[in-house]
Design a binder for this molecule. Structure first.
Ligand code: AKG
Ligand code: FE2
Length: 477
């Protein structure tokens, strides 16, 4: 789930991606002094030493909580700024398979021929292999390389039936609350080919790591927050808060191309180690810089999400990705389109005006309803989105086809911000999210007509059967 993922690009992008990657490689780690197959000595620091060093034995950087206390109300009150650790999954509304779930089970669920982006731990670069080859590697007692699978997104495979993300994530994830539902439902492809992607397909990952894997410091793409559940094995995280200073240092470190010589944790004031074991669930907020070590063979389920309590940082991280020239294929898919949908959904919810093609307004529903207060996270976030979109060059504004009139939408957001600028933070703590998934109805005859061909099998036959009359009724709300 770190940003060496989401491989998948169409033909016209390939050449550019290869060019960028070559450049990138130069930037990231000057040509390798050791053969690619040597994994001893290629690094200028010892992970073993970093695992021991008292320098990273800092406390207070993680908050331990009980599942039942991670609520929308908690986020409205506190935002989501520090990593959260849940020793047990009780109360999180999280569902995972039983602990005996094997790599072979994963293969049966996603298919032997599924292509995986596998990280070569030594080079921190991706190689491709099939699930079948991966299982063979995993079972091989005399491994010659250290390989790590951290970007197997398994939505739309059988595996998705065994994993339900934590309830809080489903309540705030922009994919669930603002992305047009019908578009998401038209997704059939289970790989992460951008060409076939109908929504940001980053919600469900299966991570399979063998003992001694190491993932170097990074920020998850798009400034996404992460949930991360250890089904089996254990993990060690080094965590660094995304202060202005640290993000600046991070950019410098990435651009220096000296990552394999310099342990980034050594260059910042505060960097803390956290040990996670089987049964633990970890939440990493927007922008936190982290590295991960795997002490024992591990199976982890996790997911990435954008949300309304971290908007300002999310945009800041996008800036960091621009500055460090992270290629498109390693970034949050449809990040900019998502911002438009976020604006449209706040306007729809609070002003009642619809800006989406085919969606009726709900002004009448709002008549006589009490004023809804926004948290400062949301209010400042919305202002920041408007500025961000305004500053983008025209060819990068990526207004979704479904947004009828982006200029009118921005105007409405300005009205909204004016109406809410005196909102009282205490009154914004209601326990109910302003953007409610139930308001994200797929009313949408327009989407159906225009995107129908995406949900076919390529022969003009529809292959999804989850668009029953129930869904269409939803549109009449
Ligand atoms: O578990 C790992 O090795 C890396 C996890 C992580 O930070 C990621 O996938 O983004
Ligand atoms: Fe990560």
């Amino acid at each position: 789930m770190h940003n060496a993922q989401n491989a998948g690009y169409d033909d016209w992008q390939v050449a550019a991606a290869v060019r960028r990657e070559r450049k990138q490689r130069k930037l990231y780690s000057e040509e390798f002094t050791f053969g690619d197959d040597d994994y001893e000595g290629a690094r200028g620091f010892s992970v073993a030493e970093k695992l021991e060093s008292p320098r990273f034995a800092q406390s207070g950087m993680v908050r331990e909580m009980k599942g039942e206390n991670l609520t929308v109300g908690f986020l409205q009150q506190n935002g989501f700024n520090i990593p959260l650790l849940f020793k047990e999954k009780t109360g999180l509304g999280l569902q995972v398979p039983t602990a005996n779930f094997s790599i072979s089970d994963v293969r049966m669920c996603v298919g032997s021929r599924r292509l995986l982006d596998v990280m070569d731990v030594n080079t921190q670069k991706n190689v491709e292999m099939t699930m079948k080859e991966w299982e063979k590697y995993y079972e091989d007692p005399s491994k010659k390389k250290l390989l790590n699978v951290i970007s197997l997104e398994f939505s739309h495979t059988k595996l998705e039936n065994y994993v339900q993300s934590p309830a809080i994530v489903r309540q705030i994830d922009w994919v669930d609350v603002v992305w047009p539902k019908q578009l998401k439902e038209s997704q059939v492809e289970s790989t992460n080919l951008l060409n076939d992607m109908m929504y940001p397909k980053v919600q469900k990952y299966c991570l399979m790591s063998v003992k001694n894997c190491y993932t170097d410091f990074h920020v998850d793409f798009g400034g996404t927050s992460v949930w991360y559940h250890i089904l089996r094995g254990s993990k060690v995280f080094w965590l660094i808060p995304p202060t202005e200073k640290n993000l600046q240092l991070y950019e410098k470190w990435v651009l220096s191309g000296k990552q394999s010589d310099v342990f980034f944790g050594d260059t910042v004031e505060k960097c803390a180690r956290v040990y996670l074991t089987a049964g633990n669930t970890f939440f990493i907020p927007t922008g936190w810089i982290h590295a991960v070590y795997t002490p024992t063979d591990s199976l982890v389920f996790g997911g990435n999400f954008l949300h309304s309590f971290g908007i300002v940082k999310q945009l800041k991280i996008t800036q960091v990705e621009d500055n460090t020239k992270v290629p498109q294929k390693f970034r949050y898919p449809f990040f900019t389109e998502m911002l438009w949908y976020v604006l449209a959904k706040y306007v729809y919810t609070l002003l009642g005006h619809s800006h989406l093609e085919g969606e009726p307004g709900r002004e009448h529903e709002l008549e006589g309803k009490p004023h809804v207060h926004l948290t400062h996270y949301e209010l400042f976030g919305l202002k920041d989105i408007v500025m961000y979109l305004y500053d983008l060059p025209a060819q990068k504004k990526n207004v979704p086809e479904l947004i009828r009139d982006p200029v009118a939408l921005i105007k409405d957001v300005r009205t909204l911000v004016e109406r809410h600028c005196r909102d009282v933070p205490e009154l914004a703590v209601t326990g109910v999210p302003v953007l409610h998934p139930d308001l994200n109805v797929s009313n949408n005859a327009y989407i159906r007509e225009h995107y129908e061909y995406y949900s076919g099998d390529g022969c003009g036959n529809r292959t999804t059967d989850n668009e029953g009359p129930g869904d269409e009724d939803g549109g009449a709300r």
